[in-house]
Design a protein around this ligand. Structure first.
Ligand SMILES: [Zn+2]
Length: 350
C-alpha cells in the first residue's frame, strides 16, 4: 500500500506500517517514554487483531499478502473476497475476538499485578502501573470501535454477513453502508461540537470507505452478468513451440494480441503472457524458443465462466491474461485490460 513501510514478515504475510503511525509516534514523543510505550502497545495489539483476521481467512483458502497498520486499525489485503456470508462473518469477528480474549485472559493477572485501584482508575500515564492498565484497556477500545455495526469496521461486515443470508449481498451491503453513513455523521457531529479533529477525520474516513464499498459491490454485481465469451476477441493466434521470441515480438507488433497459448500437435502445452515474453527476452535474448520458456502450469477459464471469476483468478495468480477453453479446446485469451474496459463501462453507468 502507498505510504507504508514493510516491517517484517510472519506466516508469509508482510506486515507494513503506514507513515501516519510514525507521525503519531512523533506526536507523543514530547509526552515522554510512557506515551511511546503506549503507541507501540497499540501497534502490537492492532497487529494481533489483523493477524487473527488473516489466519481465519487462510482457513477458507484466502491468501493475505500484506497487512497495513494505521493508528486506528489495520487493513488486510486479501487475494480474493470471501464468497459465503458465513466466511465473511468468521473472518470479521476473529479480529475483535482476539482483543476480547486478551482482556479476559489478562484480567486476573492484571488485577494481581497492578491492583484494583489502578486497573479501574481513569486512563492515565502518570505511573508505569497506570500505563500498563491503559494498554490493557486499549484492547476494549479496539474491540468496541471495530465492532460498531458500520462499514468499513468489522462490525459492519458482521452485520452485512448476517443480513446477506436473508437479503442477499447487494441489499445487505446497502443497509450496512447506510449504518456506516449514520455513524460517520454522528462522529462528525461530536467532532464539531467538541472541536475534536481526530473524530472529524474518522468520520470522513468512515463515510468515504462506506461509499466505496457500496460502489464496489454494485460494479461487482453488474460484472456478474457478463461471461468470458461476451468480451472474447474474435481471432486467436497460437504459437508452435519452436517459435523464437523475436518472431513473437513481431506478432505482438502486427496484431492486437500480447499473450499466447503454445500448441503442439493440436494440444495446448503452454502459455506465454506479455510479462513472460519481456522477461525472457531480457534474460535469454531474442533467439530463445517459446517451448523453453513458456509456463507449463497455469489456470484456465471456461468461456461460460463469469468475468468476476476470471478476474479473481488473475488477481490470485498475479497473471495479466488467461487462456479461455471451450470443451477442452483453447478458443481465446482474456486479459485484465479486457475486463478493465467492461469495468470502466459498468462503473460509469452505476
Ligand atoms: Zn478488524
Amino acid at each position: 500500500m502507498k505510504g507504508s513501510i514493510k516491517l517484517f514478515e510472519v506466516f508469509g504475510i508482510s506486515i507494513n506500517i503506514h507513515v501516519t503511525f510514525f507521525l503519531l509516534l512523533l506526536l507523543v514523543l514530547s509526552g515522554g517514554i510512557k506515551w511511546v510505550f503506549l503507541v507501540i502497545a497499540v501497534f502490537f495489539f492492532v497487529t494481533i487483531h489483523e493477524l487473527c483476521h488473516s489466519l481465519m481467512a487462510k482457513r477458507f483458502g484466502i491468501t493475505v499478502r500484506e497487512i497495513t497498520l494505521f493508528p486506528i486499525g489495520g487493513i488486510s489485503s486479501m487475494t480474493k473476497m470471501p464468497e459465503k456470508p458465513s466466511q465473511e462473518f468468521f473472518i470479521s469477528i476473529a479480529g475483535p475476538l482476539s482483543n476480547i480474549a486478551v482482556i479476559v485472559i489478562l484480567f486476573y493477572p492484571m488485577k494481581y499485578l497492578v491492583g484494583d485501584e489502578v486497573l479501574f482508575h481513569p486512563l492515565s500515564t502518570m505511573t508505569w502501573k497506570l500505563t500498563f492498565a491503559y494498554v490493557y484497556w486499549i484492547n476494549l477500545m479496539l474491540a468496541g470501535f471495530n465492532l460498531l455495526p458500520a462499514f468499513p469496521m468489522d462490525g459492519g461486515r458482521i452485520l452485512r454477513a448476517i443480513l446477506a443470508v436473508k437479503l442477499g449481498y447487494q441489499k445487505a451491503t446497502k443497509i450496512a453502508v447506510t449504518f456506516g453513513h449514520l455513524f460517520a455523521l454522528a462522529f462528525a457531529y461530536f467532532g464539531i461540537v467538541r472541536f475534536n479533529i481526530i473524530l472529524i477525520v474518522i468520520a470522513i474516513f468512515i463515510y468515504t470507505a462506506a461509499s466505496n464499498e457500496e460502489a464496489q459491490v454494485d460494479v461487482k454485481e453488474a460484472l456478474k452478468k457478463f461471461r468470458v465469451r461476451d468480451i472474447l476477441p474474435r481471432d486467436l493466434i497460437t504459437l508452435p513451440s519452436d517459435t523464437t521470441l523475436a518472431k513473437v515480438l513481431e506478432l505482438i507488433f502486427h496484431s492486437h494480441q500480447e499473450d499466447f497459448p503454445v500448441m503442439d500437435g493440436g494440444e495446448m502445452v503452454g502459455f506465454l503472457t506479455r510479462q513472460d515474453i519481456m522477461i525472457n527476452i531480457h534474460n535469454f535474448g531474442m533467439e530463445k524458443q517459446v517451448g523453453d520458456v513458456m509456463r507449463k502450469s497455469f489456470p484456465k477459464v471456461k468461456e461460460t465462466d463469469p468475468l468476476t471469476k476470471a478476474q479473481a483468478l488473475m488477481h490470485e495468480r498475479q497473471m495479466g491474461a488467461l487462456p479461455v477453453m471451450k470443451d477442452d479446446k483453447v478458443v481465446g485469451v482474456i486479459t485484465l485490460e479486457d475486463i478493465g474496459r467492461v469495468y470502466a463501462m459498468v462503473s460509469q453507468k452505476a
